[in-house]
Every structure is written in C-alpha cells, then in structure tokens.
Design a protein around this ligand. Structure first.
Ligand SMILES: NC(=O)c1ccc[n+]([C@@H]2O[C@H](COP(=O)([O-])OP(=O)(O)OC[C@H]3O[C@@H](n4cnc5c(N)ncnc54)[C@H](OP(=O)(O)O)[C@@H]3O)[C@@H](O)[C@H]2O)c1
Length: 374
C-alpha cells in the first residue's frame, strides 16, 4: 500500500537508518523529510548529502524520486510553514514517524522542552490536522526507555508516570512528550518505541554519532578520567542501531497502531554491566581502567579534591563526565515483552553486547571518535 510518510530527525543517528530502511522496503513509500537548515547548508543540501550516503544496492527505486524535503523546525508552530503549505502537507501525509529530538543532557529544562516536548506537541497538532484534512494511518513516536528516570528495578512497557525524578532535562522533556503522546492514543493511531542506549552497527561497529555512551568512553580512552564512580554490577542496556531501526521498521510494517509501547532494548537477559563493559574496554585499548568507587565516596571526598586539583582538559572531562554519573549507578532494567512477542517470526533478536562490543570499540579507535572536540 502506498504511504506518504513524514519523517523527522533524518539528519540524525537513528533517523538516517530509518530512512535507509523505509526506502529499501517498499517502492510505494513516498517520504517527506522535515529538516531544518544548518549554519552552512540549506535543508535541501542536507538531504542531498544524506541521500548520497545511502547504500544504493538496497534501494528498490532511486531515492531521489521518492523523497521531498520540507524545510521546517519542529520547535515552531506549524514547523514555521505558512498555513497554506502546512495544510497542503497535511492533506498528503498518511503516516508520521517522529524521531527528531535533542539528545543532549546539558541543556536547561526550557531548552530541552522546546525541542522534545513542544516539538512533539507540534507533531501531534499536525497529526490531528492530517485527520481533519484527509486521513492518517499511523503516528509512530520514538521515545526513550529513560523516561523511567531515577526509578529502580524492572520497568514495564505499559508504565510511564510513577512519580519518578529525572537525571537530566533530556529524560524529563522526553517523559513530558510521551505523556502527551499517550493522551492522544484514543484519537490517533499511535505506536510508541522506546530504545535504550543506542550504539553503533552490530556487524561493522560503525556509528554516525559519538553522543551518549560514546562520550564517557572517549574520556576514558583519552585518559582523562581519574576514577569511575560506579558499581561494577550496575546494569547497562545498550542496543545496536541496526537492531533498533530493523525492529522499528518491522513493527511498523506488521503491527496495527493501537497505542502499544515497545521497549527496543537489550532486555532482561541481555543487559550488560558496567564491570563487563569496562573489562572489555580495558582489554581492547590496553589502558588500565580507572578505579571504580562508590558514588557517595566520589561526591563526599573525591570530587571536592579533584575539583581543586585538576586543571585544563581533565577538569573539563570531569565536568562533562558528570552528566553521565546517574547512568553509572542506575538500577534500571527494561522488560521488553511486547517487543519480543511482536518480533516473533521476524528473526530479529537483540544481540548480546559481547557479540559486537569489540567491533564498536574498534570503530571508535579507527575513527578516533569522529575527531569531534572533547
Ligand atoms: N541515541 C540514543 O542513544 C537514543 C536512545 C534512546 C532514544 N533515542 C531517541 O531516538 C531519537 C533519535 O535520536 P538520535 O540519537 O538519532 O539523535 P541525533 O543524532 O541527535 O538526531 C536528532 C535529530 O533530530 C533533529 N532535530 C533536533 N531538533 C530539531 C528541530 N527543532 N527541528 C527539526 N529537527 C530537529 C536533528 O536535526 P539537526 O541535524 O538539524 O539538529 C537530528 O536530525 C530521539 O527521539 C531520541 O530521543 C535515542
């Protein structure tokens, strides 16, 4: 069936992978990519760059003829489009996949809300406009399993608001966004996907983004970390980007949108631990792992001393590394029963971290973490 899909976040890590698959799976998909211009490139130029990087062998039809760029910003009312263009778009779109977000941990709550919460409100407004102007088959929302915030224990896909606190503005703004998405479930054809921590491709180790888990890893490899305030038994749920994109696309293709929520996570039996990942990193880079100490010891004794003693890159590393501290003592595990149930027969299973983690490290080494500034 022909779908007119509005996809957001296509210049990002996960959005790019979704685009590749949507263009590969079905010659009848027509994609409208909502992209903002950057300082140096127009939205069109950015999309051309992305299309140029797609693997042409996997495409069922040339990508260019099936892709339209919509220059817009999700943080703005009507994405900044004039009302005529907005309504014309709403008449054409039959399926929305909302993937865009800011994944930064260091923004103020207002800044994070502007993109993640308000941006999602604007997408929901647009979805309602699609219904009014024509019809909408699906609204697929990419959330995060970390809407669980500072809860502890096993988190179910059905759960959202348990009165939890949040580690940062990203978690809180994504929580507020998902709460609003759920309010629309009775009136829109919604599915929610909650990945955990997304890392590079499971086969090649490659990644287009060195955000998230890569940031503290890089500080360690650059020998800028003095100690790790973590318990080695802390669970870490990571998932490779190809598994996430394959699962999201499969579930979109095979499941009706009835407000279901899917944890696209490693799951309870495949969650790794800080200790295992630190051990593998130490073996690969042959850099002795910094000492693991408890968070309370770090906060009470070590941090005040280090803050006085460290200067330059090490002090900056300490400052940047602190955004990740809550994840080093988190006690979250994500039950992915819905995902496992509905992926049955697809052949898709979250790979165990030990099967791909070394490839991921190798890619980091070869690319020098994308040579991004620390
Ligand atoms: N990465 C992870 O570990 C992870 C884990 C769980 C869930 N997720 C979720 O997965 C989704 C994708 O994350 P990602 O890792 O791919 O992030 P990413 O690489 O930072 O990409 C974010 C995308 O959102 C777009 N965007 C941000 N603000 C926008 C705005 N105001 N208007 C239009 N587009 C905007 C960005 O466009 P620009 O290029 O213009 O900035 C980019 O295309 C997000 O919803 C995130 O919450 C990610």
């Amino acid at each position: 069936m022909s779908s007119q899909i509005l996809l957001t976040g296509v210049t990002g890590f996960l959005g790019m992978e979704l685009l590749q698959r949507l263009l590969a799976h079905d010659p009848n998909h027509h994609l409208f990519l909502l992209v903002r211009s950057s300082r140096s490139e127009s939205a069109q130029e950015r999309v051309q760059g992305i299309l140029g990087n797609l693997n042409p062998r996997t495409l069922v039809e040339p990508a260019g003829s099936r892709v339209e760029t919509i220059e817009g910003d999700i943080a703005l009312d009507r994405f900044g489009l004039d009302p005529h263009k907005y309504d014309a778009l709403a008449r054409r779109i039959t399926h929305i996949i909302h993937c865009a977000a800011t994944v930064r941990f260091d923004l103020s709550l207002d800044e994070a809300r502007r993109t993640n919460t308000q941006g999602t409100h604007h997408m929901l407004d647009f979805a309602e406009r699609c219904v009014q102007q024509g019809h909408l088959d699906r609204f697929d929302y990419i959330g995060t399993s970390y809407v669980a915030g500072q809860r502890r224990g096993i988190i179910k896909e059905s759960e959202l608001d348990c009165g939890q606190a949040f580690a940062n503005s990203y978690e809180q703004s994504k929580f507020e966004a998902e709460r609003r998405v759920r309010e629309y479930v009775p009136r829109l054809p919604i599915t929610i996907f909650r990945p955990s921590i997304i890392v590079g491709n499971s086969q090649t180790g490659s990644t287009a983004s060195f955000q998230g888990a890569y940031k503290p890893l890089r500080l360690y490899v650059k020998r800028l970390i003095v100690c790790i305030p973590a318990d080695k038994a802390t669970p870490v749920d990571i998932v490779p980007v190809d598994y996430v994109a394959d699962s999201v696309c499969y579930l979109i293709e095979h499941q009706s949108p009835h407000g279901e929520c899917y944890h696209i996570t490693a799951g309870l039996d495949r969650t790794s631990t800080i200790g295992e990942l630190v051990k593998q990193t130490e073996q690969f880079f042959k850099i002795p792992a910094p000492r693991l100490i408890s968070l309370s010891t770090y906060r009470r004794f070590i941090r005040p001393i280090l803050w006085l003693l460290l200067t330059g890159a090490k002090r900056k590393a300490m400052y940047n590394g602190e955004f990740y501290l809550p994840y080093l003592s988190s006690q979250l595990q994500f039950d992915n029963s819905n995902t496992v149930r509905d992926l049955k027969g697809s052949g898709l299973v979250a790979p165990r971290p030990e099967a791909y983690f070394m490839k991921m490290l190798q890619f980091c080494q070869e690319s020098d973490f994308g040579r991004e500034p620390l």
